[in-house]
Structure formats: structure tokens, C-alpha cells
Design a protein around this ligand. Structure first.
Ligand SMILES: O=c1[nH]c(=O)c2[nH]c(=O)[nH]c2[nH]1
Length: 302
């Protein structure tokens, strides 16, 4: 007999932009453009197995909730708003057992005109997004991740790749100079034991912990990328993860997923021209995809 093994549902891609005015000068603004996803688990089985909709909180209501709560509460930083939504849903609907909130924050930065920082004008100076994920259960257990996604970087020197396994299927030539480019996906998981509870997230948000951790992860990623003479994507991402864990006591582990976006040195030999790492073409073909998690404590591998 077939049975429902697993299920979850909710609303994805709920977008808002919130303006926060400085209480001491309402002309000074901060903006948060967010994309939110809320997924619920709990006593929803009968909606699947018996076509009984009585337990369904419509995804339209979930969307309204995200927008109403974004209006009513402080949404900075995104980790605080995630905690607020978790408490709202678990508090209002007794049959919800678990909730996962994902929030993406677009990059809007203030800029200066004639040396004067503008109070309410912003430039979108990057496609990267700050992200967080808070997954919480009614029993109080939770996990909190922060991160950056879509940060596209490239270096035109200071990256090598040689010494790899060579077999009868290998065509790749070793290089001591190459283009290295990737779209950074970095997620750091906070240590739930150190945070304590979902309620504690609000105080830690006030203390600036989540902003500081984000800034640190971003800086480490960019610094390492620029300064290290990279032996491989693998070695560089491990070093980035190590730096983040060591600099941030609340971080339990760091996961990177990095595509290796190949730039191929064009061969001009047939034309009698030398190509000294000057002209490359971006490969439309398969890219490498390299992932690792760097933890504070060793854990058993399954
Ligand atoms: O940094 C790299 N890691 C690899 O695993 C790999 N494989 C490859 O073809 N080029 C690269 N570069």
C-alpha cells in the first residue's frame, strides 16, 4: 500500500521592500529588499491523503502574513525577521510542528555625491545576495544558517592547477597561471548550543552578531580569493572556511559550493602568435563544481 512519506508546503518568492527611517532624522533611510520563503510541516497529512482542506493554512495567507509582519516589525537583520516569522507561525497555528524560513536580501548600498553620503539614494552594486535560513521545530530545536550567494569573482593571476592525477583519460595541461572565476555560494551554520534558542536570536541581532558574521565571511572570501596563490579551488575554499570558523566563535561550520568557471586560453599557434595568458574565451561547456564543509569539530563521515 502507498503512504505519504513526507510533505511540506508554503509560499516561495514573497518579495517586499521595507524602508526604515532613522528616528532622529526621518530623511535618513535604510532599505531592505527581501525575497522570502516559508515552508510548514505538521498535521497536514489529511490534506494530502483525505482531500481534507480544513488543516491547510492557504499559501496566500502565508504570503499575507509575511507582508503584514514585515510592516509591523523590525526586519533588520534578516535573521531577526526569520525568528519573528517562526514565532508567529508556531504561536498562531497549534498544528504546525516545524517551519523553515529562507530570506534573501538584495544588495542596495548608499552612495556619495560630491563627497556627501546620500541619505536615501542607493545603488545596486552587485548581484550577490545575503541569505539566511532558520529551521525550527515546536520542541525548541532549531538550526540557523547565514551566507552569501551569487558573488561573482575572477582573478587573472595567482591561481595554479598542477600535480593532479594523470591517467589515460587526462587531456588537461598543468598550469602555473590561469584565470580563476566562480560564483560564490557560502553558507555558515551557527552553533545552536551557543545561540541557545530562537528567542535568543532577537538579542543577538541587537548585539550585531549576524551583521558582523556576514561581513566577516564576505571579507574572508574576498581577501583569500585575492591574496592567496591558489593551488586549486579545493585548497582555497578550505582555507576560506577555516578562516571564517576561526574568526567567528558562533559559527559551527561553513559550506562552500563553488563552480569553477573555466576560461580557456585560446591557442594561436596555428597563426604563429604567442598567447601569454592574455586572451581567453569563457567556456560555455561544463564547469567544475566543488563543495566542502569546514567544521569546528570533526564529525563521523557516513
Ligand atoms: O581547482 C581545480 N580543481 C579541480 O578539481 C579541477 N579540475 C579541473 O579540470 N580543473 C580544476 N581546477
Amino acid at each position: 500500500m502507498a503512504f505519504l512519506q513526507d510533505s511540506t508546503y508554503g509560499k516561495n518568492n514573497v518579495k517586499f521592500l521595507k524602508v526604515k527611517r532613522d528616528p532622529s532624522n526621518p530623511q535618513i533611510h535604510q532599505v531592505l529588499e527581501a525575497t522570502v520563503r516559508v515552508l510548514l510541516t505538521g498535521a497536514f497529512d489529511i490534506s494530502y491523503t483525505k482531500a481534507d482542506n480544513s488543516v491547510i493554512i492557504p499559501t496566500d495567507t502565508i504570503k499575507n502574513t509575511i507582508l503584514i509582519e514585515a510592516k509591523k516589525t523590525d526586519v533588520f537583520p534578516i535573521e531577526r525577521f526569520a525568528a519573528h516569522l517562526v514565532k508567529h507561525f508556531l504561536g498562531k497555528y497549534s498544528w504546525i510542528d516545524g517551519i523553515t524560513v529562507n530570506i534573501e536580501q538584495a544588495k542596495w548600498s548608499k552612495y556619495s555625491v560630491d563627497g556627501k553620503l546620500q541619505p536615501h539614494s542607493f545603488v545596486k552594486d552587485g548581484e550577490e545576495v545575503r541569505v539566511c535560513e532558520l529551521a525550527a521545530k515546536r520542541d525548541g530545536s532549531f538550526s540557523l544558517l547565514g551566507g552569501v550567494q551569487g558573488l561573482t569573482v575572477l582573478k587573472s593571476s595567482g591561481s595554479m592547477f598542477h600535480g593532479y592525477n594523470v591517467c589515460d583519460y587526462t587531456t588537461l595541461a598543468p598550469v602555473w597561471e590561469r584565470i580563476l572565476s566562480t560564483d560564490v555560494d557560502c553558507k555558515y551554520k551557527y552553533d545552536s548550543r551557543k545561540i541557545g534558542s530562537v528567542d535568543a536570536i532577537f538579542k543577538l541581532a541587537d548585539s550585531g552578531l549576524f551583521d558582523k558574521t556576514f561581513e566577516s565571511a564576505l571579507k574572508v572570501t574576498l581577501d583569500r580569493f585575492a591574496l592567496e596563490n591558489s593551488a586549486s579551488v579545493q585548497a582555497t575554499m578550505y582555507n576560506m572556511g577555516t578562516d571564517i570558523v576561526e574568526a567567528n566563535p558562533y559559527v559551527y561550520n561553513v559550506s562552500y559550493a563553488l563552480p569553477n568557471k573555466h576560461y580557456i586560453l585560446f591557442d594561436f599557434a596555428w597563426k604563429g602568435l604567442k598567447n601569454e595568458n592574455e586572451l581567453f574565451y569563457p567556456s560555455p561547456h561544463p564547469n567544475g563544481l566543488i563543495k566542502c564543509t569546514v567544521g569546528r569539530e570533526p564529525v563521523a563521515k557516513l
